[in-house]
Design a protein around this ligand. Structure first.
Ligand code: UDP
Length: 148
């Protein structure tokens, strides 16, 4: 089965009208959206998503930020998709992120850094399990696969 990544568009990016701009970048790279929805995250879900950061000084403000408005959660599929998405997103600190990356172009704050993406195959599965049922994840042929 193809590799999958969990990706989230954070509340500030939603408020800035960047949903389409962000999804466009994943799609134009050739990654397939296999699940997607807009949600108001529950506190327990935010705590589960960021449990590795529990106890750090940025943890509490991060949870408050993630709960401050709707987010778009999605699962992307493709070859080396974890690596691909992290490169499209750019480094955690938007001021250090590569020019042309999402964070590099649209971010200014480390906390409000526009997008989240899983950092490994293991964390991806654990993360999308917080938000998606199996029957919300789709298998379909993409682009020319359908037209040949
Ligand atoms: N974060 C923060 N302050 C920090 C480091 C991280 O607010 O000093 C937030 C930021 O939103 C980041 C998230 O915590 O995206 C998770 O941190 P991680 O180091 O896993 O970065 P990522 O994998 O998102 O690049």
């Amino acid at each position: 089965m193809a590799e999958k990544a969990f990706v989230m568009i954070k509340p500030n990016a939603i408020k800035r009208g960047l949903i389409g701009e962000i999804i466009k970048r994943y799609e134009q790279k050739g990654l397939k959206v296999v699940a997607m929805k807009m949600i108001k995250m529950k506190k327990e879900q935010a705590e589960e998503l960021y449990k590795v950061h529990q106890g750090k000084d940025f943890y509490q403000p991060l949870i408050e930020f993630i709960l401050s408005g709707p987010v778009v959660v999605m699962i992307l599929e493709g070859p080396r998709v974890i690596e691909a998405v992290r490169s499209i997103n750019g480094e955690t600190d938007p001021l250090k992120a590569q020019a042309g990356s999402i964070r590099g172009e649209f971010g200014i704050s480390v906390r409000k850094n526009i997008v989240h993406a899983s950092d490994s195959v293991q964390s991806a599965e654990q993360e999308w399990g917080i938000f998606f049922e199996e029957n919300e994840i789709f298998e379909y042929l993409c682009g020319f696969e359908n037209e040949l």
